[in-house]
Design a protein around this ligand. Structure first.
Ligand code: GSH
Length: 289
């Protein structure tokens, strides 16, 4: 691989499978399954295939919130999809998400099974199915949708842009780090301004927009993503910090963060979740061998 100053793109791009980045071994320029594998299915209405990345925890937080509200139809089996091992390219996974990214949901309570992919679509699907965490008031509902779509469109600059070049690229390149740090700080400032006048993202209610945005920007502010809190001076966004800590303290959020988690303290990991009592298991029983 050439460095940034002397690289000249060839006339036709060719795949360099050994480019050295953290995901070089799994990323490739084609879609579709690489191997045959049937996905496991549990007894609950909802089957989730995921990992506790920010896109993954959005959904497990929502499911834990729904269950805490008493929606028993939101009972779910959460299966681990280890993306670093390429499990998102199995034939079973691709049937549920042709885009081969976690999270992917199968709703077996619908005749024939309803697949849902894209974390924003999953949040919206669940919110509408259970009539929860989406405002009834049309003005707040529209705000909620605007911010949900904002998150889906903006986080790739944070994750795929800033996070990739700051934490995962094979070397530190000043140009992309500067470009994406500026954009990330602009986004943090936008959220800080929004939260200076509103308790929650959509207005007065805690909604799927908070869950989606917290999972990325809240966790970034708490220093859980890319080890970048100091670099981005997150403490200066005081309204964002207050909102972040308030959401982080929710029991449902703490549970949602544990599901499909494979890093950090062992006691904070629940590799698979099939029943509410799984959170009380002994640590060694929470891990998939
Ligand atoms: N826009 C998608 C993004 C999902 C996504 O990028 N998932 C990542 C983990 S956070 C993934 O599965 N990566 C595996 C890969 O790129 O092969 C969503 O929000 O669901």
């Amino acid at each position: 691989m050439s460095d940034t100053t002397d690289y000249q793109p060839p006339t036709v791009w060719k795949w360099d499978a050994e480019n050295g980045g953290a995901f070089a071994k799994i990323n490739r320029p084609t879609a579709g399954a690489t191997h045959e594998k049937v996905l496991p299915v549990g007894d609950n209405p909802l089957q989730l295939y995921s990992l506790a990345t920010p896109n993954g925890v959005k959904v497990t937080i929502m499911l834990e919130e729904l269950l805490a509200l008493g929606h028993s139809g939101a009972e779910y089996d959460a299966w681990l999809c280890r993306i670093r091992d390429g499990e998102q390219f199995s034939s079973g996974f691709v049937e549920i998400n042709p885009n081969s990214k976690i999270p992917a949901l199968l709703d077996r309570s619908v005749q024939g099974g309803q697949r849902v992919f894209e974390s924003g679509a999953i949040l919206l699907y669940l919110a509408e199915k259970f009539g929860a965490f989406i405002p009834e008031d049309p003005i707040e509902k529209t705000e909620c949708m605007s911010w949900l779509f904002w998150q889906m469109a903006s986080a790739p600059y944070l994750g795929g842009g800033f996070g990739h070049f700051y934490a995962y690229a094979p070397a530190k390149f000043e140009y992309p780090i500067n470009r994406f740090a500026m954009e990330t700080k602009r986004q943090l400032d936008l959220l800080d301004q929004r939260l200076s006048k509103n308790e929650f993202i959509a207005g007065s209610e805690y909604t799927i927009a908070d869950m989606a945005i917290w999972s990325w920007y809240g966790q970034l502010a708490l220093g859980r993503l890319y080890n970048a809190a100091e670099f981005l001076d997150v403490e200066s966004y005081t309204n964002l910090m207050d909102w972040t800590k308030k959401i982080d303290a929710r029991n449902t959020v703490q549970r949602g963060r544990m599901v499909n988690r494979v890093n950090g303290e062992l006691s904070s990991q629940l590799h698979e979740r099939h029943h509410a009592s799984d959170f009380e298991l002994k640590t060694e029983d929470k891990l998939v061998k």
